[in-house]
Design a protein around this ligand. Structure first.
Ligand code: PMP
Ligand code: GLU
Length: 394
């Protein structure tokens, strides 16, 4: 008999991490692999942030545990950041920091979900949401944001999905994997709907600073007092400051929920690694120049690669407005090559071209593949040219 729990047996491994690990393994065997798998900036963490962390190590501040919910100075830094980028003031008891936005999301679900509570997730969705909700014994309810509607859901669709068990609506704009960004008006309508039905809004704003070609990011929590009260914002430093390895995420919102999340942290990780907290303080309050430099690099890659990707036979691409992913529909491409399953199709591309993509299946999108453009232009151009050659070959 298996020793594993039903919980683990019914869970999926993260497809993004799995695809990245497979690409790494093949590369280590000497294969010519172009990894477009992970949503991870290829830049190293800016110098000022590294130096702040080194100082915290050498003067001893990094040696100790901190409060479970994070250092008071970090909460203050998040407060300063919110005043600057969200345009409103928060108090320290509305902030909790933890080991990456991923763990902060988990702590949120563990804090608010009772068995069989429903969480509405617009699809395509980032891979970890559904499994985290299931770990908390909740039920993910998927609402289809179609490619024709630019990967956005409407209030009518949300209303059709609402039941007496609906507890949370999850919004991720800019979106991983689609790169779509909701407008202010769309968010206002969705926010008002959630308030009217007393549904919590979980706003995963982690890509908020990464928008391109004049697109603006509007935080849903900034739209009205009532919406703000109803919203827990998830954010972090991984994407904005090229700090994926430091594992810093935070949540901002209702102090009772924040206290619940802190309790989960106190019984699991104790606190976010202390040195990372000092690095995050510098990231959030220090010079923001490097953020703009990196944003411009992503924008250039988007604008250079998008037209090339559109030329790949059978790939149908909506131009993304934010984050750093392309999410083409490959229904026609699969037909052309005789595949009926997108994971098999992705595996065949890896096998034959060395281009590592992520299957859409883990994102609730069995007709799409994800390409991360958080890598250098030469790699991206070569990858797209191999995809084109693969599709053009008889
Ligand atoms: N939310 C989304 C939408 C993401 O793409 C990621 C990427 N890892 C996360 C949350 C978690 O980020 P991290 O744990 O690195 O802070
Ligand atoms: N969020 C990134 C991605 O989607 C990193 C991997 C992960 O955390 O799943 O690729």
């Amino acid at each position: 008999m298996t020793k594993l729990s039903e919980r683990v047996l019914s869970m999926e491994e993260s497809v993004t991490l799995k695809a990245a690990a497979k690409a790494k393994q093949l590369a280590s065997q000497g294969r010519d692999i172009l990894p477009l798998t992970l949503g991870q900036p290829d830049f190293v963490t800016p110098q000022n942030i590294q130096e702040a962390a080194i100082a915290a190590i050498t003067d001893g501040r990094a040696s100790f545990y901190t409060q479970a919910s994070g250092l008071p100075e970090l909460k203050e830094a998040v407060g300063t950041y919110f005043e600057q980028f969200y345009g409103y003031t928060i108090s320290p008891n509305q902030v909790v920091a933890g080991t990456g936005a991923k763990f902060i999301l988990y702590a949120f679900f563990m804090t608010v979900i009772n068995p069989l509570d429903e969480v509405i997730i617009p699809t395509p969705y980032w891979v970890s949401y559904a499994d985290q909700i299931k770990m908390a014994e909740g039920v993910p309810v998927f609402v289809d944001a179609t490619q024709e509607n630019h990967f956005k859901v409407t209030v009518e669709q949300l209303e059709a999905a609402r039941t007496t068990k609906t507890k949370v609506l999850l919004l991720n704009s800019p979106s991983n994997p689609t790169g779509m960004v909701y407008t202010r008006e769309e968010l206002q309508a969705i926010g008002d709907w959630a308030v009217a039905h007393d549904i919590l809004i979980l706003a995963d704003d982690i890509y908020g600073r990464l928008v391109y070609n004049g697109t603006t990011f509007t935080p849903i929590s900034s739209l009205s007092e009532a919406i703000k009260k109803q919203t827990i914002v998830i954010n972090g430093v991984s994407k904005t400051y090229a700090m994926t390895g430091w594992r810093v995420g935070f949540a901002v919102g209702d102090s009772e929920i924040i206290a619940g999340m802190s309790k989960i942290i106190s019984q699991t990780t104790s606190n976010l690694t202390t040195v990372s907290q000092y690095a995050a303080i510098e990231a959030l309050t220090g010079s923001q120049d490097t953020v703009e430099t990196m944003r411009q690099a992503f924008e250039e890659r988007l604008n250079t690669i998008y037209p090339l990707l559109c030329e790949v036979p059978g790939f149908e691409v909506v131009k993304p407005q934010g984050a750093f992913y392309f999410f083409p529909n490959v229904t026609k491409a699969m037909e052309m090559k005789g595949y009926t399953n997108v994971t098999d199709f992705t595996d065949a591309i890896l096998e034959e071209t060395g281009v590592a993509l992520v299957t859409g299946e883990g994102f609730g999108a069995p007709e799409n593949v994800r390409l991360s453009y958080a890598t250098d232009l030469d790699t991206l151009k070569e990858a797209v040219s191999r995809l084109k050659a693969f599709m053009e070959a008889e």
